[in-house]
Design a protein around this ligand. Sequence first.
Ligand code: GDP
Ligand code: MG
Length: 228
Amino acid sequence: MGYTFDDVAVVMGTYNEEEAVATVVSDIEEVTDGRAEVICVDGSSDCTPDIAREHGATVVRQRPQGYGVAVREAVLTPDRPVVVTTDCDDTYPMEQLPAFLDAINEGYDVVSGDRLYHGAEAMPAFNRFGNAAFAALASILMGTRVHDTTTGMRAYRRELLHDIEWTENTGLSAELLIRPLMRDYRVRELPIAYRERAGETKLDPIEGGAAIAKSIVKVCLEERTGLR
Ligand SMILES: Nc1nc2c(ncn2[C@@H]2O[C@H](COP(=O)(O)OP(=O)(O)O)[C@@H](O)[C@H]2O)c(=O)[nH]1
Ligand SMILES: [Mg+2]
């Protein structure tokens, strides 16, 4: 017997997402028959945490310190054996959660949603170019082809999340893919649909992009050399 949605926690950082949070949390509830646990690590100053709780999510409050600080807390919180991340902006297809769980049950340790496979037309062109460039950079440095290093939708086995030390903030999403790959965990990318964002992005594309590129280089070098 494999894992069911009773074994799954869906987690996210939430920062002033009152336009999207109701949809995201209810989509998870609907797709998993209310069986997946939902955890929001929240730094909002708007009504996001109240709306999340009303829809059945567990809310952990945290001072806003960036994407990775929130998502690290979020992935380390659940006791359930399968942890899925998403953004709280209605871009990611919760209806594909069953396919992520299937891939975990096939034996993968990390299942990573690849937004670029279908063309990601809903993504701003600058981000689309940047995300393709990050994937190319990481592929060269790792020696393994990956297609989307900065996706927010992935499933992980819980153990792996606790076995690796996570160091990055804006670059955490790339780190969460690169370290497992370079340590020979079983990783696969799964093509996903990607929708236009509800509400404003929380990431500055230039500053955020530079931080991500730096994280990719740093993490790849650390994994290659075993130094830190
Ligand atoms: N708690 C918390 N969540 C954050 C912070 N920064 C970003 N997030 C959340 O992390 C997710 C990803 O951010 P997003 O703006 O969608 O980045 P983008 O996908 O690159 O545009 C969203 O759900 C944000 O609300 C933060 O400082 N604290
Ligand atoms: Mg997003």
